[in-house]
Design a protein around this ligand. Sequence first.
Ligand code: PMP
Length: 401
Amino acid sequence: SSVFAGLAQAPEDPILGVTVAYNKDPSPVKVNLGVGAYRTEEGKPLVLNVVRRAEQMLINNPSRVKEYLPITGLADFNKLSAKLIFGADSPAIQENRVATVQCLSGTGSLRVGGEFLARHYHERTIYIPQPTWGNHPKVFTLAGLTVRSYRYYDPATRGLDFQGLLEDLGSAPSGAIVLLHACAHNPTGVDPTLDQWEQIRQLMRSKALLPFFDSAYQGFASGSLDQDAQSVRMFVADGGELLMAQSYAKNMGLYGERVGALSIVCGSADVAVRVESQLKLVIRPMYSNPPIHGASIVATILKDSAMFNEWTVELKGMADRIISMRQQLFDALKTRETPGDWSHIIKQIGMFTFTGLNSDQVAFMRQEYHIYMTSDGRISMAGLSGRTIPHLADAIHAAVT
Ligand code: PMP
């Protein structure tokens, strides 16, 4: 007997549970397109060369220690992270208006930001896009915020429901928090154009809506770090305030190192100092202080111009491989004369394609073809290779015919 005898079995996580099912499948042709993790053309996880080099340098440094970091993390890492996303010439950085704390990857940054807002911000409602990354509603609800959604994706066009988005943000209460994917929207792969971003910015600023950017894919979408940060930089350039959650999981391949940052761009340097002091009170009882290894890797790479350049080349290599997978899958469906318009596969951007396949078709493809994806029809393009694309195209063809 157990004091927990009455405990119900919890369901698997909708995204990570796909990998659990995949691991149990003995089929030699199985393909995991569930979790968003980059694979090489050979289907292997990738540790970037520049990351290996940085780790070597860290290990060979005799003065390296394993002491606790401050509650806010590695100071160099924080400064360099803010520079990376906001731009080296960002007025907010030059005016010392940015409070940055190292957090446990993107998820931890969102959670710390959410808890801070729940404690100190006057409007506790956060609007998240419909659909969005499945963890968003849970993170923000548990942080103490009330979660609402705004229209984002139009299944009919497989593109942005821009009108719906403007209407929903337009009718949100003044001051409400709005979660925005900085680029490569997950799961849809649909981003606003720069013109649309500008309209979103104007609407949000006119209603004093508070932007909370989630940047999990900087450089991974277009292959350019600056291009993928353009949406964010528009909102910083107007002098207004915002929150930014950054992850190095994808763009540096540091998934399991859990390295990310939360930055709060404030109206003045004086406010930024007080914001940082309160962020420490959120972090200290939660996990005390963040881990040292991943942040040291990132700081080593970001502060050395040769290593930084090497990183951008490797990053572009990953982005380009994903873009080429889109083209190859699109071509394979065309060759098979698969019914339907599949142009969204090449129009969407980032790690995922939102195929438009329904949950029955997803189940069919798992059953008959051993292809694993989330039940909303999202596939990770980064998990594909030239070898697996024909198999996937056959499966999609069979599922829709
Ligand atoms: N936000 C979005 C939109 C994501 O897709 C992810 C990763 N799947 C994250 C945040 C957080 O990932 P991590 O905590 O591994 O950085």
